[in-house]
Ligand binder design. Structure first.
Ligand SMILES: C[S@@+](CC[C@H](N)C(=O)[O-])C[C@H]1O[C@@H](n2cnc3c(N)ncnc32)[C@H](O)[C@@H]1O
Length: 242
């Protein structure tokens, strides 16, 4: 079940993530702010965007708030996640919600046209590195010239010591978030649960430096890691006009 992120097709993990984890991600608001700032700079008038591995559509919905007339496409391979996305999207904007597995090379066949912006949040790290690179190239082909790709992503720590510091921060945030929402779990219990969580085995983390190098090799410009705190990074690049 853990293979290439398929744990996310289980309703129990989806509910745990949406109600107990997403809101605890350190600097999640700043990540979205940076994403929107980059979008404004690259494409002042977003007409089309894709949210890949959208979950409940948190990134795409942030884009829709800024660009209510944009056509948004939300892709995920988890039915319970797409149900959450549909519910939160409601009648908002002109959106399409598509069940597709981007681990399969033909996933792009379900899409029409080119996008001004492609975003992805905490998703592509479930693929092996070789497939990540292929997906970044497939996204490049889906962008119109001048279009922007932003990956808000879980990346590898440089060593186990840094990984320990990150995990400590994350457990602190999870504990505080869950306490604020009425949980009676001790920090030790939150820590234990965090270490044995089902999606952990599905993570295939890669250093952000490597991933930026892959993007440059594909042809993306302005590539950088625009924001990072330990293992949480916002990186991407622009498809240049010819
Ligand atoms: C940690 S959640 C993140 C959801 C959302 N993007 C966010 O930022 O909160 C990872 C999401 O990626 C989706 N996912 C993982 N592998 C996928 C694949 N191969 N194809 C489509 N979606 C995938 C999962 O179903 C899940 O909704």
């Amino acid at each position: 079940m853990a293979e290439n992120g398929r744990v996310w097709q289980a309703n129990s993990l989806v509910q745990t993530y949406l109600t107990g984890v997403r809101g605890a991600i350190p600097h999640a608001n700043e990540q979205i702010d940076v994403m929107l700032r980059l979008i404004r700079a690259a494409c002042p008038n977003v007409e089309t965007f894709l949210d890949l591995g959208c979950g409940d559509g948190i990134l795409g919905r942030a884009i829709l708030q800024q660009y209510p007339h944009a056509q948004g496409v939300f892709v995920d391979f988890s039915e319970p996640m797409l149900a959450a996305a549909r519910e939160l999207l409601g009648d908002e904007g002109e959106t399409a919600v598509i069940l597709a597995d981007y681990g399969e090379p033909d996933w792009t066949k379900q899409l029409n046209g080119l996008f001004d912006v492609v975003v992805s949040g905490y998703s592509i790290h479930h693929q092996p590195d070789e497939r990540k690179r292929e997906i970044y190239a497939e996204i490049y082909d889906l962008l119109r010239p001048g279009g922007l790709f932003i990956n808000v992503e879980h990346v590898a720590s440089i060593d186990p010591w840094v990984e320990g510091v990150f995990q400590d921060l994350f457990v602190d945030r999870l504990y505080a978030f869950q306490q604020a929402n009425g949980s009676t779990m001790s920090r030790e219990e939150v820590d234990r649960t965090f270490y044995s969580r089902p999606d952990k085995v599905a993570n295939i983390l890669a250093p952000v430096e490597d991933q930026c190098r892959w993007l440059r090799a594909i042809g993306y410009k302005h590539v950088d890691c625009y924001l990072k705190i330990f293992e949480l990074a916002v990186f991407g690049g622009v498809k240049m006009t010819d």
